[in-house]
Design a protein around this ligand. Sequence first.
Ligand code: GLV
Ligand code: MN
Ligand code: MN
Length: 424
Amino acid sequence: MTTVVPHAVDGARLRGRLDELAAVGDTGDGGVCRLALTEADGAGRDLVVTWMRDLGLRVDIDGIGNVIGTWPADATGPAVMTGSHIDTVRTGGRFDGNYGVLAGLEVIETVIESGFVPARPLAVGFFTNEEGARFAPDMLGSLVYVGGLPLEEALDTVAIDGAVLGDELERIGYRGPLPCPASPPAAFVELHVEQGPILEAECITIGAVTSVQGILWFELTIVGQSNHAGTTPMRLRRDPALAAAEIAVTARSIARDLGGDQVATVGRIDLHPNLVNVIPARATLTVDLRNTDPVELARAERMLFDAVERIAAAESVTIEHRTLARFEPVVFDETVIGLVVDAAERRNLPVRRLPSGAGHDAQMLARVCPSAMIFVPSVGGVSHNPTEFTDADDLQAGADVLLDVMLRLADGPIDRPTDGGVHQ
Ligand code: GLV
Ligand code: MN
Ligand code: MN
């Protein structure tokens, strides 16, 4: 076996694995549905674990179902880790999360084949329930991994379908023996599709991700008076659907009024009993607020709840809320960001720094080790959608940059984090 430092991953092998994994939970329209800890998620996990074992990695599963494959299998010191998630939203694409995990596997396979053995071990992981679409909050597995949420509390989380997280983990066979929090890796770098329009619009191949914006998720429950749609005069109505609609309009106007990076989304509205001729008794909806600026994000939160109070009073309904996720903006480690920029430049790939609009496991790992992310373009900036797509050349470029950055981190000294992740 030769021992030349590897220069490129096998893009065809990576795309082959992406196709195979996308077949698990295939929705028939190019998309994937592997909501966290469902049968489909379990089957996807089994496939990736099989690939890890076939490569000779040591596969460790912790109490929240995070799966980490380490090479060499007998390594003891902190590894340079990559990874992401393989759970999806209900109407997910095939690249979100999966690309980062399978590119990490591909990087390790490439290094093994080269015969080159870096000073530090290499690891690739996938973290439980990154999406947060079935269980809140998002990034739950990586949050537990770094000690941001006690394991027992996380195991009690109830899904939107009423299932309990710990039971679901047991059911699919992924409640592992390793303790949480885990001991930190030496460094973490996550490769992901951008999921937004910036890189494509600017003809940039590599994004060096500097930060992740703050995230607030709320679930609001509105209770009014259910009654007959034909007989109830408009002046007597106490209609939760009307109040839910006004909250959705308010969310949009908050984002418009604040401007800047503020975004606001009402992604789920459930009406009960949800019938054509019945004024609903109850509406449940979610509001997702995000901003790179924590002060503006706090202002958006205040504006939302001032409006919720006014809407409740005007329609004579009660509105209660639960906070599903609250994460401050996170700044990544300058050393690791610099390695991403440098690796792209050495390969003559157009690169720019940019913040992430989506949440990612790397923002949790940033609390315990130097961390950053690599983005590649998403065609049309589309994600959380079956049509999500990234060109083969860009998949290759991102994985090659990941290879370079991991090898640099695995062979050289690593600075401790700056203020990079000491945020909740
Ligand atoms: C995860 O995909 C999120 O940012 O919602
Ligand atoms: Mn993702
Ligand atoms: Mn996602």
